[in-house]
Structure formats: C-alpha cells, structure tokens
Design a protein around this ligand. Structure first.
Ligand code: DSN
Length: 423
C-alpha cells in the first residue's frame, strides 16, 4: 500500500532527522536503550483495569509484578507514601487530582499560563473542564518565582479547595512552605505539577515538593525524568490517595498503556543509580548555556540570579524577531526548541509570543557538558543574531551532533539477556 510505504518512510525520516538535531524542547527526552527495548513488548497488546492483584481481566500475572515493582521504586525515589502510575498523561494526572479535591464551581488557584502554568492547570484546560472557578497565583516577573505574600493574599481571599503550583515554565523553586501556610489557614490542599522538573527532583536538584509543603504531586514522567510517555501521582497522605484512586480508575483511565511499566522500572532504577549525576550536570548545563547566550547579546531572563536553577533557559527574543520567527529559523538550522509566552505577554499572543524556552535535558543525556553549551550558543547566535543562512548553520549542527549519539546515565543494554520477540 502506498500509504504504508509513505508512513514507513516518514517515520524513518523523522527518526534520522531528530537524531542529528540539537533537541532543546524542555518537555522532551529520550529513554535509555534498555528502557526502549522493553517498551516494545507484548504488554502493549493487553488490557488491565484496576490495581495489581485485583484486575477485571485475566492474563496479567507478570504485569502485576512489574507494576508493583514500579510503584515500590517510585515511592522510594520520591520518598512518598503512595504512588500511582496509571495516568497515561500529565493532563490526566492533573485532572484526576483536581477531580478528587474540588467539584464544579469550587474555587481553585494556580498560576496563569503566561506566568508558567501548563494548560491543564488553566481555566481553558483541565481546570475549566472540571468547572472550577480559577484564581491566579501571582508571579514575581523579575524573580521568575511566585510572590509568596501576594499569593497568600490570593489564597486567603479565594479560599480555594485546591492550590496547584508548579507548571511548565519553572526556572526557580516556588515558595511552597509559604503557600502551605496559607493553604492550611483556609483548609486547602496544596498540589504541585512537577512534570518538568521530575528528573531534577529525583536527582536531588531544584526543589522537593513533598518536603516543602506540597501534599500531592502530579507529573508526566518523560521530560527531565527520561521515561516513556505517561504520568504518575504521588503524595504524603494515604487518605488523599483514597480520593484520587477512583478518579484515575474508573474515572479517567481505563487501560493504562501497560508497555510503559517495564520501561518505567528501568528508568526508575537508572534514576536511583545515575540520577544525581545527571540532574547536577543538567543544571550546570542550563546555567552554562544561559551565560553563553547572554554573553552573545541575548536577553536571557534572570541574569541577576544566575539565570536558572532548572533544566530551562528562557530568552526574551522580542527584539530579535520574536518567538515564532526565532523558533522557525532555528528549526531550519536543525536546532529544535519552542516559542513561549513570557509573563508579560497576553495569553492571546500564544501564536506570536515574545520568548523562547530551551531545555538542556536531552542533550545532557547524550553526554554534552558546559563546553558543548558554548557551541550550542554560538550556533544559535549565528542563525538568530548574525542571520547566517540556517542551512549552513544546520550543516555544522549535524556535524557537531555526530559525536553525541550515545545515551549516558543508564545501564548498558547488552548486559541484559532478553529473548522475547514482539510477535
Ligand atoms: N506542553 C508541554 C510542555 O512543553 O511544557 C507539557 O505537556
């Protein structure tokens, strides 16, 4: 079939192209070779509903054990009282949490999207679908972190059932202890969307939401945490989990994409073993890239506080073509990142925002360090500021990338024997 040939060819083209690009999308990552190998397994074809040992389908003897391993390891890694790996996406994890603690019409508090919230935290995303009355936490735009005093006032005035900190632009830790104080005053649950920084939390970098006051954490596990695509929820209070559980199943997830689970066990093990080294290098890399871009004339946010404490770098590119032009020009040079709203952009400008967001986690996985961040900054400068032909810059990108094709911070897949076939 012509269509099949086309699909095969397009998939191959995508695979070869992105393996030669400098991949800087802050929400992406690559699995380790062993995780990737296990991902392609028969669990993909099977159905499970409910909890291990209490399923509604037969044939899950081995899956149950794998899922219990993953749950146990996630609890250990994040020092949590419970962990549920069934949400198949970050948005569903957030929606399950929102549904557990707030009903339609209830007040709810989260940052706005320009202030860094993910769409699932927003009135036009999962929070809106749940029918919540959304109030916004206040970001200190200079410091790029929530303004504790102003947020406390919002919480005291709105008296929300639920507060959802964290989000999709996260340069610096948020003041969770202060938010928790206000949450306790009004009887609100403090949750944290850790999708972006989950791998940093696992590696002891950034902030540890459960230790700082958050009670429930929802996160996708494929951004800084380099697992298969999917999500989890974990937290400190088992009573909360009783409420969340039924929202996941039978509420929002029927089958939970079972082939994720062995790949997740591998990723959890690799993060337990190599996570500290990976996360520490990641933060060094984002700071080095920010510094190198700044020295080349880019308006990188938060120079006064070292630019970033996470894997992200945010650049105001309004003066050099705008977010859309910069992202599209860099794509022509095989440097892949995304345009992004800045806190002072109106949300209606999401197609023409002032900023770009850069994430260093994938290139860190391929072994890049501070020196390589200098090279990346130079390549970006050539395409964006010096306006060199992107195709010429792209040729240098592809040559540079050749030396970074093996994933680090993981087990050697050849040390494990696997004798199963997919079909
Ligand atoms: N939209 C994604 C991000 O890039 O942050 C998260 O799902």
């Amino acid at each position: 079939m012509e269509e099949v040939e086309k699909a095969v060819q397009l998939t191959g083209s995508h695979n070869s192209w992105r393996s030669t690009c400098i991949n800087l999308i802050a929400s992406e990552n690559v699995m380790s070779p062993l995780a990737w190998r296990l991902y392609n397994c028969d669990f993909e074809h099977r159905y499970a509903e409910g909890m291990p040992g209490k399923r509604f389908y037969q044939g899950l003897e081995y899956l149950d054990e794998v899922e219990l391993l993953a749950i146990d390891m996630a609890k250990r890694l994040f020092r949590a009282e419970y962990a549920d790996l069934r949400p198949v996406s970050g948005s569903l994890a957030i929606l399950a949490i929102l549904s557990a603690f707030a009903k339609p019409g209830d007040p709810y508090v989260a940052p706005s999207v320009p202030a860094g919230a993910h769409i699932s935290q927003a009135e036009f995303g999962a929070a809106g679908i749940r029918g919540l009355e959304t109030h916004h936490l206040v970001l200190d735009e200079k410091e790029m972190t929530l303004d504790a005093e102003k947020c406390k006032k919002v919480i005291r005035d709105a008296r929300p059932k639920l507060i959802n900190a964290g989000g999709t632009v996260l340069l610096f830790p948020h003041p969770l202890e202060e938010l928790r104080e206000a949450a306790d005053e009004v009887g609100s649950i403090l949750t944290y969307d850790a999708s972006h920084v989950l791998g940093l939390i696992a590696g002891g970098e950034f902030q540890d939401p459960l230790r700082e006051g958050a009670e429930v954490v929802g996160a996708s596990h494929h951004k800084t945490f380099p697992g298969p695509q999917g999500a989890l929820i974990f937290g400190s209070n088992p009573d909360h989990y009783r409420k969340i559980k039924s929202k996941i199943f039978p509420g929002l997830v029927s089958n939970h994409h079972l082939h994720r689970l062995p790949a997740l066990v591998v990723t959890l093990a690799e993060m337990l073993e190599f996570g500290r080294e990976y996360a520490a290098q990641g933060v060094k890399n984002s700071r080095a890239l920010a510094q190198a871009l700044y020295e080349r004339g880019f308006d990188v946010l938060c120079e006064h506080k070292g630019f970033t404490s996470s894997h992200q770098v945010i650049v105001d590119v309004a003066g050099v073509g705008g977010g859309t032009w910069v992202a599209e020009t860099l794509e022509k040079a095989d440097i892949i990142l995304n345009k992004n709203l800045l806190p002072w952009d109106d949300v209606s400008r999401s197609r023409e925002p002032s900023g770009i967001r850069i994430g260093i986690q994938e290139m860190t996985r391929f072994g890049m360090k501070e020196k390589e961040m200098e090279t990346i900054a130079e390549l970006i400068e050539r395409a964006v500021i010096k306006k060199e032909d992107p195709a010429a810059v792209g040729a240098d990108v592809r040559e540079f990338r050749q030396d970074y094709s093996r994933i680090k911070y993981c087990y050697d897949a050849t040390n494990f024997k696997y004798e199963f076939n997919v079909i």
